[in-house]
Design a protein around this ligand. Structure first.
Ligand SMILES: Nc1ncnc2c1ncn2[C@@H]1O[C@H](COP(=O)(O)OP(=O)(O)OP(=O)(O)O)[C@@H](O)[C@H]1O
Ligand SMILES: [Mg+2]
Length: 242
């Protein structure tokens, strides 16, 4: 199958006090439609930097990113913004909800930005929010929600406009284990059902049981890839015991 998301020898360096930090160091990866990938690795290993480049939010120092066959950094800033809005859904480590909009309005904002605000898409929004356990919170402001509830709103917002790829940075960081498992399972089933390419950064390795591939980063590089069902099961089971 053809990859919808491709990184080709991507490197990102930062210079701080005349020291060069290689946040991401020569990473190549390919993700196909319907594939859900976990990006794992210790703090500072380059996961968020990689995700930001894949989303077109950060320009690689070297290498290129392609989404749907188009190189992100050959587009004008305006084209890239438009492309990202249509094709990419993401949730950040901090959830970035609009504080003065309700749960429902925060999610519907993505539909409005993409001219997809129809009766049908509004109904789908309500369905998605209900699936994520927020059906009774539609008219609350983010400040009236717990951290985990806010995170689930951010997940709904990343998925609602039918993007081609969805990128989630620690989507379960403030959820308890039962809720986290439920949210990642929902996330996985939506990715598979809608044939999206999904990447989730997570520190909670138990969440890896729902993915199709695990990419482990270390010092900005890909250290290991686990892609057989057996390896993935062994990996997440090992961490179930902790
Ligand atoms: N804007 C920046 N300027 C300088 N260094 C940076 C910048 N952003 C990230 N780094 C460095 O790049 C490295 C990778 O950071 P990154 O945020 O990608 O790690 P991470 O794997 O997401 O970590 P965590 O699990 O803690 O979120 C770290 O050493 C970090 O200090
Ligand atoms: Mg990070």
């Amino acid at each position: 199958m053809t990859a919808v998301l491709e990184a080709d020898s991507v490197t990102k360096t930062y210079e701080v006090d005349s020291t060069v930090i290689r946040a991401v160091d020569d990473v190549s990866l390919q993700i196909c439609p319907g594939e859900f990938v976990a990006l794992v690795g210790p703090s500072g290993s380059g996961k968020t930097t990689m995700l930001a480049m894949l989303a077109g939010l950060l320009k690689p120092t070297q290498g290129s990113i392609m989404i749907g066959g188009r190189k992100l950094h050959q587009m004008s800033d305006e084209q890239r913004t438009q492309f990202r809005r249509e094709k990419v859904g993401f949730t950040f480590q901090s959830n970035n909800l609009v504080p003065y909009l309700t749960v429902r309005e925060n999610v519907e904002l993505m539909l409005k930005l993409n001219n997809q605000y129809t009766r049908q898409s509004q109904e789908q929004t309500l369905g998605l929010l209900a699936q994520l356990g927020l059906g009774d919170r539609l008219n609350n402001l983010p400040s009236q929600l717990s951290g985990g509830q806010q995170q689930r709103v951010a997940i709904a917002r990343a998925l609602v406009h039918n993007p081609a790829i969805v990128l989630a940075d620690e989507p379960t960081a403030s959820l308890d284990t039962a809720r986290a498992l439920q949210v990642v399972q929902t996330f996985a089933s939506l990715i598979h059902a809608q044939n999206l390419a999904g990447i989730m950064v997570t520190h909670d390795l138990r969440m890896c049981q729902f993915v199709d591939k695990i990419i482990q980063m270390q010092d900005g590089k890909i250290a290991r890839v686990f892609d057989s069902e057996q390896e993935i099961r062994a990996f997440s089971n090992a961490h179930m015991l902790n």
